[in-house]
Design a protein around this ligand. Structure first.
Ligand code: AMP
Length: 415
């Protein structure tokens, strides 16, 4: 199947050719004709499936066919959860729309609102925005929606997880009822389904990978370890396994900074991305990592979604995520566009409930591989994909000669 056969115009087909895209991915093959035909779409597709081009290409084509845009108006609005994703999605529109006479911009918080207001003055064909900043712009009359034709909710589940539902409802209330709406989400909770039911009109449902599963090509395993030994274990694995570039997820901002300090104390170049960092610093860190100048990028879940880093071979969960769905998003940073990848989690006894939730959600057991010398004193209890048999961690026994050796074999081999 070719891009031209999906109904895309020549300039877009030529750009895709120049980008080296040979054929549409499954989500593109389904979404592009439907969006061109004006249908609403609800797609279960995670990052790495080519979903961005799935909505960007037909929207660019529709915008090219449309007439003049009025001052402060926008024709297509793409809502995304994070600043990083906003930049990335906008960059995709710029790349796919190269040579098309369209005015586009991106708006998110944490940076001055004035340049965004200036850009909006003449009107925009397309605006990529985070919900909070969009509402700020709207409340200051910097943006109008009377000409809005298309709304995209990208990573809708993440927007709800991040607590944007109030902002989203305020935005929806301001939009014209007659419009095309496309909803993309990696996972479909009841809340997302309810949102889809109110927003979408007879949508085409697209599901490109089984719901709530991680990408199959990713080799996933965990190392049981005591909490306090995680930094040491990470350094050990880094050396022993000769890890190249690694994206590491840590639960808290403080934890991120502590790990970066440890790495730098060992002479390893590392950068951090978390919510306390100003936006320019976050973008710089991402660029340094993408360019290969920093070997390690340590991040909180802010960075988990949407980051498109080519050929990232490895994601490490230094801490397991609190929300099981985030495991899927984190591991989605590797094994993209069909490449194989690896996701390693350092798991301590306190995290057994999160581990069980991940295994239930993905329907897949994570292989436990002990690291000699790092076997935990506080054992990680056994789990299964039905969420049963999760036993509370045993209190460590006081050492009493040979009796200190536990008689329970907690090593686990997957199916
Ligand atoms: P996405 O899922 O939208 O984040 O895209 C994942 C990656 O796949 C991006 O780096 C895209 O540039 C790339 N990509 C998207 N569509 C195609 C395609 N049809 N052929 C090759 N690469 C693609």
């Amino acid at each position: 199947m070719s891009f031209a056969s999906l109904g895309l115009i020549d300039p877009l087909v030529r750009t895709l050719d120049a980008l080296g895209y040979q054929a549409p991915t499954p989500v593109q093959a389904q979404a592009i004709p439907a969006v061109l035909a004006g249908r609403d779409v609800m797609a279960a597709a995670q990052t790495g499936t080519g979903k961005t081009a799935g909505f960007a290409l037909p929207i660019l084509q529709q915008l090219t066919m449309a007439g003049q845009v009025a001052p402060n108006s926008v024709r297509a609005l793409i809502l995304v959860p994070t600043r990083e994703l906003a930049e990335q999605v906008h960059q995709s529109f710029l790349a796919y729309g190269a040579g098309l006479p369209l005015r586009t911009h991106v708006a998110y918080g944490g940076v001055s609102i004035n340049p965004q207001m200036m850009k909006l003055r003449k009107g925009l064909d397309l605006l990529v925005a985070t919900p909070g900043r969009l509402l700020d712009l709207y409340s200051q009359n910097a943006v109008k929606f009377d000409q809005l034709q298309t709304l995209v909710l990208d990573e809708a589940d993440r927007m709800l997880d991040l607590g944007f539902s109030r902002e989203l409802n305020a935005v929806f209330a301001a939009l014209p009822a007659r419009r095309q709406t496309l909803l993309f989400s990696a996972t479909f909770s009841d809340q997302i389904r309810a949102l889809a039911a109110t927003l979408l009109n007879d949508p085409l449902s697209i599901e490109v990978s089984p719901r709530n599963t991680t990408v199959k090509a990713i080799a996933q395993w965990i190392v049981p370890v005591d909490k306090k030994r995680k930094p040491e274990l990470f350094m050990h694995l880094l050396k022993q396994r000769r890890w190249g570039q690694v994206l590491v997820f840590v639960k808290t901002r403080k934890g991120v900074d502590a790990l970066v300090d440890t790495l730098e104390a060992h002479g390893i170049s590392a950068d951090a991305i978390h919510g306390d960092k100003p936006q320019p610093a976050r973008l710089r860190a991402l660029e340094r990592f993408k360019a290969g100048h920093a070997k390690i990028l340590v991040a909180t879940d802010v960075a988990a979604r949407g980051l498109d880093i080519d050929d990232l071979p490895l994601v490490v969960n230094f801490d397991l995520p609190i929300v099981a769905e985030d495991y899927i998003h984190r591991t989605g940073r590797t094994g993209r566009a069909g490449a194989s990848g690896e996701a390693v989690s350092l798991v301590c006894a306190d995290e057994v409930v999160q581990l069980a939730a991940i295994e239930v959600l993905t329907g897949q057991m994570l292989e436990r591989i002990d690291q000699p010398g790092f076997e935990p004193d506080h054992r990680v209890p056994l789990t299964n994909t039905r969420g049963e048999q999760v036993r509370k961690p045993k209190k460590p026994k006081k050492p009493k000669g040979d009796a200190a050796v536990s008689s329970i074999d907690v090593r686990f081999r997957p199916r």
